[in-house]
Structure formats: C-alpha cells, structure tokens
Design a protein around this ligand. Structure first.
Ligand SMILES: [Mn+2]
Length: 375
C-alpha cells in the first residue's frame, strides 16, 4: 500500500483546485478554540443548546428524568414508554414503538400555526421518564411491572401543585394492553374516567371471545383490555370510540351489545364524511359531559396510507390531519391521562410516516388539549 499516497496526491493535483481560506481569515481578530473548557457563556460557538439532533433522544427533546428512582424531580406531565407487544393478535413489533415515537418527535416545538401558542411553554412541566422496564417473557409479570411504574410515577410530586397533586402520564406504546395499567393508575388517583378511544377496533371483546377462552392469561390482550377495564370499574359508561371500522367477531350484534354494556358509544371512520369533524367533536364532548377524560389513540385509527407501521391495519381510516384536528378540538376537557399505542416502526415506510403521526398525536395530547384541572 506504499503507492497509494502518491496516487491520491497526483489525482488531487489534476482536479479543479478549490482554495479554502485559512480559518484565521474568516474572523482574524476573534479566535476561539472549538472546545472551551471554561464554558464561557459568551463563546460564539454554541455546543450547549439548540440542536434537535444532539444528545440522547427524548420525546420532543424534553428533559429526561429517572422518574422511578428519582424522588425529588417535580413534574406535571410525564411521557412514559411501555415497550410491550406480546399480547397482540396481529403483527408484533410495538415494543419498539416508544423509541420510534421519540425519533419522530425530534422536530416538535415552536409556535402552533393555528393558535400561535407554544405548547411546550404551557403551565405544565414536562419530562420524559424513559421506558418502564418490562419483561418480554411473561405478560402477567410485565403488566404488573407497568402497573407499578404508573403507580410510582403518578405519586411523584407535581411542579404546579395548585393545579393538581398527581402528575399525569402519557404512555407511548406498546400494544394496546398497556392502556389497562394506565387506567388502573388514573382510577387510583382520580376515580373512574370517560375514555375517548381512537381506534379501528372496539377493543371491548369478551376474553371468552377474543383469546378463545383457552386460559385466563390468553384473555388479557390488546383486544379485551377495555372489557377488563369495565369489569374492574375503572371507566365510566360515558365513554366513546372514534374511528371504528374493523369487523366484529360474533354474529347478530353480540359484540356490539357487549360494547354498549362496557360503556361505549361508537363514531365510525365514515362518520367523518357523514358528519364532519366539527359535529364529531360536539358528539364526543356531549358524550363525556363534565367527567374526567382519558384519551387513548391506537395509531391504527389512521388509514394505512398514513400509518402503515402497526400490527392490525384496517383500510378506510382517518387521515393524519383529521385525527389531529379532532384531538386539538378536545382542548378544554379535563384530560388526566393519555396514550399513543400500537406503533410498530419495523413496518414503516422509509420516510417514517407512522412515528411522525404518533408524535403529532402525542404533542396534541401532551399539552394542547390539557385543561388546567385541579384534583
Ligand atoms: Mn386498539
């Protein structure tokens, strides 16, 4: 390899020459070392703040807090990853959802074009708690771990104490089973909630129906968790599905009667054409009344064209714009918990549409639709 250096030199000499000025010529009277050990705040080259691509990736570049070990950090809204996907009926992969949503959220920030507000400068102190440590080998143990993570985090101290004593949690899923832990936690701290459930599937299936009744274990899955939440008394009978379009399992309306019994009214995907988003929003608000609200977004509520990276895609869904418009319009409701689930980045397009959509939904619920609400 001794000949390689002269060869490169010869090639360079024959190419068009571009002469760069020496660094000193750019700013000859004001030179600074690139690495400045005294952290002079007047340093003209900033390597401390600014880049959305620097540092470790948190949701919307929020500060990371180890919410489980650290008892002292105060916060009002916590983003918590739930990397769990072993209770799905379709394609697995949502255990990578939290990381994917964080990647998709890096450019969130700034002032909203519709309201002029910066949601990251609202009343709430927001942190990213990282992911709950969940086993991928035993669903029962994993959900107990997630229950405990929610319990610990929701019992940390708030920053804006006059607006509530319990931090609110936005879960980044994870398959939809993870919502059960979140609802157990909101029940503990706030009592039963109305669920606004954006999904293509009803997710209130009787465990005897979805899971086949082969075991109790099999009956706890991403299509039964709302049935279980109803059985446990965690949710009010003033809940509503939005975006439903997937078929039900049993004939003669049996699943839909069970759905009604679990406390749900249904807005279908096609209602967006029939009613429009404004009338849908009015119906959602009328349904939940003045009750406390939990918003759950299964990313498969979106059409596969907008969010292909999910386990059980159904054609004929909302556009990302329609979903964001509806979520934004829910502003003012007393939302005390939320999630974005079923994001499985491995099925995405190269452009990463799905985590982007999920991150947008997370932003909306993060602060935009949160009302100031005291316990
Ligand atoms: Mn679902």
């Amino acid at each position: 390899m001794h000949w390689s250096l002269p060869l490169i030199a010869a090639t360079a000499a024959s190419a068009r020459e571009i002469t760069f000025p020496p660094i000193a010529a750019i700013n000859p009277t004001n030179q600074y070392a690139l690495l400045n050990n005294d952290h002079n705040i007047n340093h003209p080259i900033d390597i401390v703040t600014g880049s959305q691509f620097s540092g470790l990736t948190t949701f919307a570049n929020l500060p990371y807090a180890n919410c489980i070990a650290d008892e002292d950090t105060k916060f009002d809204i916590a983003f918590l990853g739930a990397p769990f996907d072993t209770a799905v009926t379709g394609r697995p992969g949502a255990r990578f959802g939290p990381k994917g949503i964080r990647l998709g959220s890096r450019r969130l920030g700034g002032y909203d074009i519709y309201t002029g507000e910066n949601v990251f400068e609202s009343w709430a102190k927001l942190v990213d708690c990282g992911d709950a440590p969940l086993t991928w080998l035993d669903n029962t143990v994993a959900l107990k771990q997630l229950d405990l993570a929610h319990k610990v985090i929701s019992n940390r101290r708030t920053n804006a104490t006059h607006l509530g004593q319990s931090p609110r949690i936005i879960t980044l899923g994870g398959d939809h089973t993870t919502t059960l832990s979140a609802l157990r936690s909101t029940y503990e701290n706030w009592g039963p909630v109305s669920v606004i459930h954006f999904d293509s599937h009803i997710d209130t299936w009787d465990p005897e129906v979805l899971g086949g009744g082969i075991s109790h274990y099999a009956g706890v899955n991403h299509g039964t968790f709302l049935h279980l939440a109803h059985e446990e008394g965690l949710i009010r009978n003033t809940s509503i599905h939005v975006g439903i379009r997937a078929p039900v399992i049993r004939p003669k309306g049996a699943d839909l009667r069970n759905d009604l019994r679990c406390g749900f009214e249904i807005l279908t995907a096609r209602d967006v054409d029939r009613l429009g988003v404004n009338a849908m929003v009015e119906q959602i608000k009328a349904r939940v009344g003045g009750s406390r609200v939990y918003i759950s977004v299964d990313i498969d509520v979106l059409d596969p064209a907008f969010a292909p990276a999910t386990g059980t895609s159904e054609p004929g869904g909302f556009s990302t714009r329609e979903l964001l418009t509806i979520i934004d319009a829910l502003r003012g409701l007393p939302v005390i918990g939320a999630d974005v689930v079923e994001v499985a980045p491995i099925y995405d397009t190269a452009g990463g549409a799905t985590p982007l959509a999920a991150a947008g939904g997370g932003r909306g619920k993060g602060t935009y639709s949160y009302t100031i609400y005291s316990k």
